[in-house]
Write a protein that binds this ligand. Structure first.
Ligand SMILES: *Cc1c(COP(=O)(O)O)cnc(C)c1O
Length: 639
């Protein structure tokens, strides 16, 4: 499709289709008539709209270098609203008697400004927080002020963790202790008694259901956390023995993250509801059913049960959940509980975009082929030339195999010293000429054999982006998660180049070579040729969940600059929060260097150079200035 269109006229509509932006953009992202990616924070066709290039211009004017993590605050606001509105609609429509109480699991994005905004935007819906460690609990208590919102304590808890939660309860927070391991119960009860606070207790159930997907090992019988039905019954007995059964208020399970299939979600809700009903029948007061996370994000826009997608939308999710709970509880005559979900990914993914510029391109160089081979051309080079001349549509696979064979032969001869550097280079030129011809010819085939399809990757241009996969897109590196990537401007032009992306770590893993595609996945991305003296900007979208604190300091590239904008009703925007990325000095500090010691040591080296007559004293001054500036600088490529 790409090629055919190019021959006619390329339009922004073709770009929208090629990059699938309307499929994965959830109405927040679109392409303008001017060929720029726009942001509509209220959702499709509603409210104001701003072009990303305009925001980049604003950042550059304020002195922010790429890469930048752009956060659009109102998208977060919208996502929280949509989640609550969808549940409210389902609850109203089905006449469900309980309420919806969402919580945000802090581990999905622990950044202070993110948690602060969620607490702030969420107040009107009593949106709470979920924590899995002492640090997260302390952060949550500091950010949350709504005492009607739930504060859910998951994770393995020591005495201090429990005490902190009990103090939160005392201050009025609606705090729940979720028992993840049987041993925790006694400690919670003991500490509650010691501090004179009655804890609200929940249990995490191990369901027998296991969902499909990338991140779903937390579900199923083999999951590491949670209690089996027998252990849950034991909790009931132990609480009843101590006359504390009235503390048992919540049942929780977590299937895992990014559950692509609604059927798995439904089956889990049904099993969870049965357990819940069983506990009520055992005499526990209960009142809350917490379904954990799992609400998926459609990263590839395919609306399927593929791992990077989901075969349901938010309204369907909410309706299915509410209906499944009602069906089972009504049948058992059990009152409807408040429904809690711990949606992290779906809440924050849309709100961050990684923006970076392209620094350089490396393309396969075909070079020119000589009309006549030199006298001393080795046999394998002659054979390659023969292959090139005999290539037709009918023998593509054969020519491909031969080309690889002779190329490997030449390499081997080179290593053993029987072919010169120049002779080898000539062979490689013929090889690439053959690959280029095969790539052209194969477009005429109906079914392209797998080997031949891979040629495109070999022939792809490598675009070097000013970012680090390890720091900013760890899941892309670690588990091949797909994120939508596309240029944020020039979308009215034909993107003629087939590319893969490399970051600036020079690590062979520091690349992106799988891209979203409505048919699954593709191994190259269409991009525009670079223009002299002009920056080319790409965006990686839907990166708000899980990417920030999983990132590491590979090659000592640090945190990027972070800029939060708020888009006003009149389409203007303001920079509401800016965080400078790590400086070189910060990063060296993380790995235990002392920047002052570094300077002292370099100064000593420079002084020795002065003594030896290699530097003049004033040259020493400028050397030291360069190193001091270097320590203060950004860890990424600066122009
Ligand atoms: C990670 C986690 C979540 C978040 O899941 P998402 O799929 O991101 O919504 C919720 N609950 C628990 C217990 C988790 O461990």
């Amino acid at each position: 499709m790409v090629k055919k269109r190019a021959l006619q006229q390329w339009s922004v509509e073709d770009s929208a289709e090629l990059y699938g932006i309307r499929n994965w953009g959830a109405g927040y992202f679109n392409v303008s008539a001017a060929g720029e990616v726009t942001i509509s924070p209220m959702g499709e066709g509603k409210g104001p709209q701003v072009g990303i290039p305009e925001i980049i211009r604003g950042m550059r004017e304020r002195g922010y270098d790429m890469p930048v993590l752009l956060r659009v605050e109102n998208i977060l606001d919208s996502q929280i609203s949509f989640l609550h509105e969808s549940f409210r609609n389902a609850i109203k429509k089905l006449d469900y008697k309980g309420e919806y109480r969402g919580v945000f699991p802090i581990k999905v994005n622990q950044q202070q400004q993110v948690v602060e905004k969620i607490a702030q935007f969420g107040t009107r819906f009593h949106h709470g927080l979920e924590v899995g460690s002492k640090a997260e609990l302390i952060a949550a208590v500091s950010q949350l002020s709504d005492t009607q919102a739930c504060l859910i304590c998951n994770g393995y808890k020591d005495e201090e963790f429990i005490d902190l939660g009990l103090h939160a309860l005392r201050m009025g927070f609606n705090c729940f202790f979720v028992v993840e391991m049987p041993g925790e119960l006694d400690l919670i009860l003991e500490r509650g008694e010691a501090l004179g606070v009655k804890p609200s207790i929940g249990v995490r159930a191990k369901l027998s259901v296991k969902a499909g997907g990338h991140w779903t090992d937390s579900g199923g019988e083999r999951s590491t956390f949670g209690l089996t039905p027998a252990q849950i019954v034991d909790v009931v007995d132990r609480l009843r023995e101590r006359d504390m059964l009235d503390c048992f208020r919540l049942l929780h399970y977590h299937l895992g993250s990014q559950v692509p299939n609604i059927r798995d979600i439904r089956t889990a809700v049904m099993e969870g509801s049965r357990l819940y009903a069983g506990l009520v029948q055992e005499g526990a007061p209960m009142g809350y059913l917490d379904l954990g996370g799992g609400l998926a994000v459609d990263y590839d826009g395919s609306h399927t049960n593929f791992v990077s997608s989901r075969n349901y939308n938010l309204d369907e999710y909410c309706a299915d959940v509410v209906e499944a709970i009602m069906t089972i509880l009504d049948e058992q005559g059990v009152p409807h509980p408040h429904i809690v979900t711990e949606s992290g990914r779906a809440t924050v993914a849309y709100y961050s975009i990684l923006l970076f510029n392209i620094l350089d391109v490396s393309a396969v160089e075909f070079g020119s082929l000589p009309d006549q081979l030199p006298e001393d051309a080795p046999e394998s080079v002659r054979n390659l030339r023969e292959v090139l001349h005999s290539l037709t549509l009918r023998n593509l696979q054969e020519c491909y195999n031969d080309a690889i064979y002779y190329r490997d032969e030449i390499r081997q001869l080179f290593i053993t010293g029987r072919v010169t550097l120049r002779q080898r280079t000539l062979g490689e030129r013929f090889y690439w000429a053959i690959m280029g011809r095969i790539a052209e010819e194969k477009t005429k085939l109906k079914h392209v054999p797998r080997d031949l399809a891979d040629i495109d990757v070999g022939l792809a241009d490598i675009y070097y982006g000013n970012f680090s996969v390890f720091q900013s897109l760890p899941d892309s590196w670690a588990i091949d998660q797909l994120f939508p990537v596309m240029p944020v401007h020039r979308l009215s032009e034909f993107p003629s180049q087939q590319c893969i992306l490399s970051d600036i770590t020079c690590d062979s893993d520091g690349r992106i070579d799988h891209f979203i595609d409505p048919q699954g996945m593709k191994s190259t991305l269409n991009l525009h040729p670079l223009r002299d003296g002009e920056e080319y900007y790409l965006g990686v979208f839907l990166v708000g969940a899980y990417q920030e604190t999983l990132g590491d300091l590979h090659n000592l590239l640090g945190d990027t600059n972070v800029v939060s904008v708020r888009i006003n009703d009149d389409g203007s925007y303001e920079f509401v929060r800016e965080i400078r990325g790590d400086t070189v000095s910060d990063i060296l500090g993380y790995v235990e260097y002392d920047p002052r010691r570094i300077l002292e040591e370099i100064r000593t080296t420079a002084e020795t150079a002065v003594r030896q007559g290699r530097l003049t004293p004033s040259e020493r001054f400028s050397v030291m200035q360069a190193f001091e500036d270097g320590l203060r600088g950004y860890t990424y490529f600066e122009r």
